[in-house]
Design a protein around this ligand. Structure first.
Ligand SMILES: NC(=O)c1ccc[n+]([C@@H]2O[C@H](COP(=O)([O-])OP(=O)(O)OC[C@H]3O[C@@H](n4cnc5c(N)ncnc54)[C@H](O)[C@@H]3O)[C@@H](O)[C@H]2O)c1
Length: 185
């Protein structure tokens, strides 16, 4: 019996790894980036470690922070609207499982708009296209969302969470830098 293993194209592990983001974006010729993160992560100076690098490199970016822990369908739909309006070429997701999962759903809907209702992504959705490229910067430990093909969305109306499994959503680059999770309580 054979087993399938799906990996990120590139992964960086170690102190200082976030600096690699700039090379990764520039080598792919990405000029307009949607940064997905949380208000707290900006306030605690976690996400700003990455946005400072983007600003210094002259990369044009828009920040989307309306993502709750256990991200909701509404968080995804609003994120897709922002991503479309900004015409982003890629997503840099900075956070734990909640931010990275929400970014996967946003990235998938951007390239597979027939799933815009979000609920239809539950389970093994037959998406046709790879997600908008995602660089996932983990700020927690445990979910491994930066290296998996899964994401979990909360349906507030139906009071349930649902799991989506899609090889098209794996982040192209995963970054695990201990400086990004040092502020975890
Ligand atoms: N994709 C997957 O394979 C997978 C697997 C397991 C769970 N999940 C999902 O992941 C989510 C949980 O993710 P999580 O446990 O990583 O937490 P989280 O992303 O929900 O974050 C929890 C809290 O920690 C804060 N936080 C994050 N990083 C921080 C830092 N460096 N310093 C200070 N505060 C920080 C956040 O602002 C938030 O308030 C759930 O929605 C769960 O369903 C996904």
């Amino acid at each position: 019996m054979s087993k399938r293993i799906i990996l990120n194209e590139t992964s960086y592990f170690g102190k200082g790894a976030i600096k690699e983001i700039i090379n990764e974006l520039q080598s792919r010729h990405f000029q307009k980036i949607l940064v997905t993160t949380g208000e707290d992560l900006l306030e605690f100076g976690v996400a700003t470690k990455v946005t400072d690098l983007l600003r210094d490199a002259g990369i044009n970016f828009e920040v989307y922070t309306d993502i709750k822990p256990n991200p909701t369908i509404e968080n995804i739909k609003n994120g897709v609207d922002v991503c479309k309006r900004f015409d982003a070429q890629a997503i840099v997701a900075i956070g734990g499982g909640s931010i990275i999962d929400a970014s996967k759903a946003i990235g998938i809907i951007m390239t597979n708009p027939e799933f815009s209702d979000v609920r239809s992504l539950e389970g093994l959705a037959e998406t046709k296209n790879k997600s908008l490229p995602i660089i996932a910067v983990s700020t927690t430990a445990g979910t491994a969302a930066e290296v998996t093909i899964n994401y979990v969305i909360t349906d507030v109306e139906k009071k349930r969470k649902f799991v989506c499994v899609d090889p098209h959503d794996i982040p192209v680059v995963a970054i695990v830098d201990p400086d990004m999770s040092a502020s975890m309580p």
